[in-house]
Design a protein around this ligand. Structure first.
Ligand code: T5A
Length: 209
């Protein structure tokens, strides 16, 4: 179905995803590739509204399955209205987080049954998967230092143990899926950017760009 190229970036809070989405976009620009930059949860008006609901503070405890349903509702809207039409036209899409985040945060982090997440993934995405995923790996304690001083949303206020499970969830998935490339995001930004450029350069070479 998909003729385009779908690149995603993943990592825990403060791993440097947004910073390195910039690096990916710069490199695509240099290669003369037109692309669409977006993020999850979000990417459409409705999906951005769902993101706000998901990250807001609530007096009640938000169940992990509820979170999963919110992110997949947003994802369905995002895919149908923005991502899939572009991929079908052969365009490039760069997305800050995608379904790997759901397996890491709601699956490994919250303990939601993987079979439930896989069923949602299959129903909403069919066979669609990113072509390349850069996972920016950094221990939660270091990432936390990088974003110290920022105001925190509901997810960012979670305990370090939660983010340890999220990181393990990402690593387990990265070891299973060859499309996921691990970037050592503990290094200085210039070194992280160099790794991102190398991985993306290899991908561009593999698709003859
Ligand atoms: N979520 C999302 C789910 O639970 N399930 C899902 O399915 C999905 C899709 C989304 C939230 O939703 C959750 C996960 C999240 O909690 P988000 O905005 O995508 O939120 O994620 P955040 O991780 O909150 O985004 P951040 O902006 O906080 O983190 P980034 O993008 O990883 O980090 P970035 O690039 O802003 O960098 C943070 C700071 O570190 C510096 C940067 O300059 C910046 O100041 N920095 C470095 N400093 C030193 N060395 C380096 N190598 C550095 N790299 C960056």
């Amino acid at each position: 179905m998909s003729q385009g190229h779908f690149i995603t970036l993943e990592g825990s809070e403060g791993a440097g995803k947004s910073t390195n989405v910039d690096t990916v976009c710069e490199m695509l620009d240099e290669a003369g590739i037109t692309f669409y930059r977006t993020r999850e949860p979000g990417g459409t008006d409705l999906a951005e509204a769902l993101r706000k609901l998901m990250l807001a503070e609530w007096e009640e405890t938000i169940d992990g399955m509820t979170e999963a349903l919110i992110v997949f509702a947003a994802r369905n809207q995002h895919l149908k209205t923005e991502i899939v039409p572009r991929l079908e036209r052969g365009d490039w899409v760069v997305c800050d987080r995608f379904t790997d985040a759901t397996f890491a945060y709601q699956g490994a982090g919250r303990g939601v049954d993987t079979r439930f997440l896989e069923a949602l993934e299959q129903t909403i995405q069919g066979t669609l998967q990113p072509d390349l995923t850069l996972f920016l790996d950094v221990p939660p304690a270091l990432a936390e230092k990088r974003i110290a001083g920022r105001s925190k949303d509901r997810m960012e206020k979670e305990e370090q143990e939660f983010f340890d499970r999220v990181r393990q969830g990402y690593l387990t998935r990265a070891n299973k899926h060859p499309r996921m490339k691990i970037v050592d995001a503990t290094q200085a930004l210039d070194h992280v950017r160099a790794q991102v450029r190398e991985i993306l350069g290899n991908y561009l070479g593999s698709v003859n760009v």
